[in-house]
Design a binder for this molecule. Structure first.
Ligand code: ZN
Ligand code: ZN
Ligand code: ZN
Length: 353
């Protein structure tokens, strides 16, 4: 039987858990050697399909910040968003919805959605702290622009924004980029957070994240860094060693509702936090992702947007896979103390020059 490359959502009949089967992902080029667990070098620079001048290697841009006299899909840009050439989901066909419990034994749906690549800079950088503050601010405001643009399509319920840094964290290309996947359903991780924080709100009439921030601000054992409007903390029950969350201090469930000044402030704190992780963990592979409310939401009283940063310094083992329960070898109080004390490395060191 010839292999069908069309993506598909499939529901596990035992647990009800959805997965995406996307065989086309196996065809994408890999410029980071997966045998090197912490590869953060400029590997693959010569053949990098994301560098300025290589625009012909990517599908046509859907958003860009570029010089006034430049032309789309040519050089002269600071940031580009393009459809992923090897998408996990694609906007073909129509989304189909299944009501809970109404499905067959083997439920599957077309892999409907949009998968975008956000190329963060024209020059070949491989570590986020090499971006200038204005460049990082542009990345954060581009996240807002894509949330708003994808939210304009009523078929999409959620846009997951995430970043893989290093091969061990799932990156296949070294050049700094983020990814965005818009789906017709709210992904399970966010749905769980929404449900649990709503239950907390129903009991106490307060946002659980605001309560956490109040506590952490008083105790200070797990605070990593803070600015006027944002704070970085190691959460009370982290799955991963040195897991760090970055949150706004005042309540808002919508990432896209921040002001330009706030994105600039967030860029600086995010860079500082990522730099501290680089110092303490010697430039680890990392993921970060945004948890925010579903597309087109009003400001929800019970939910609070945040970034979660997860360094990938330990592989998940049989217990984690078998039980769903994570074993974390570093208490968050120690992780926060280490990170608080650390200075971000100089940029030259981060670039490996
Ligand atoms: Zn590049
Ligand atoms: Zn809150
Ligand atoms: Zn979260």
């Amino acid at each position: 039987m010839p292999e069908n490359l069309d993506p598909q959502y499939r529901r596990d009949p035992v647990t009800g858990r959805w997965v995406i089967i996307a065989p086309i992902r196996s065809l994408r080029p890999l410029t980071l050697a997966h045998s090197k667990p912490h590869a953060r070098t400029g590997a693959g620079h010569a053949h990098c399909p994301l560098c300025e001048g290589a625009e012909a290697n990517t599908p046509n841009e859907v958003y860009a910040i570029r010089d006034a006299n430049s032309t789309p899909n040519g050089p002269g840009w600071q940031l580009r968003v393009v459809p992923n050439k090897f998408p996990a989901v694609h906007p073909l066909g129509e989304p189909v919805y299944l009501s809970e419990g109404a499905g067959d034994l083997f439920d599957s749906l077309p892999g409907f959605g949009e998968h975008e690549l956000l190329i963060e800079c024209p020059h070949h950088e491989v570590t986020p702290i090499a971006l200038s503050d204005p460049e990082m601010t542009q990345v954060l405001t581009a996240y807002r622009e894509r949330i708003l643009a994808l939210g304009g399509n009523p078929l999409y319920e959620y846009a997951t924004i995430f970043k893989n840094i290093g091969a061990e964290a799932g990156a296949s290309l070294a050049h700094l980029h983020s990814q965005i996947i818009a789906t017709p359903v709210v992904p399970e991780a966010v749905r769980n957070e929404l449900e649990m924080s709503r239950a907390y709100y129903d009991r106490r009439r307060r946002c659980v994240f605001c309560d956490i921030l109040r506590e952490e601000h008083t105790e200070r054992h797990r605070v990593v860094a803070e600015s006027a409007s944002f704070i970085a903390i190691c959460p009370f029950a982290p799955r991963f060693a040195y897991e760090t969350w970055v949150l706004p201090k005042s309540h808002d469930s919508r990432y896209e509702a921040q002001t330009d000044t706030q994105y600039a402030e967030l860029a600086s704190l995010l860079k500082q936090t990522l730099g501290k992780l680089d110092t303490v963990l010697a430039e680890p592979a990392m993921n970060y992702y945004l948890h925010t409310s579903p597309l087109r939401s009003a400001n929800l009283r019970y939910y609070h947007w945040h970034f979660e940063i997860v360094p990938r310094i330990a592989r998940q083992a049989g217990f984690e896979w078998g039980s769903g329960c994570f074993i974390n070898a570093v208490a968050p109080e120690k992780a926060a103390a280490d990170l608080r004390a650390a200075k971000p490395p100089p940029i030259e060191a981060a670039l490996g020059l």
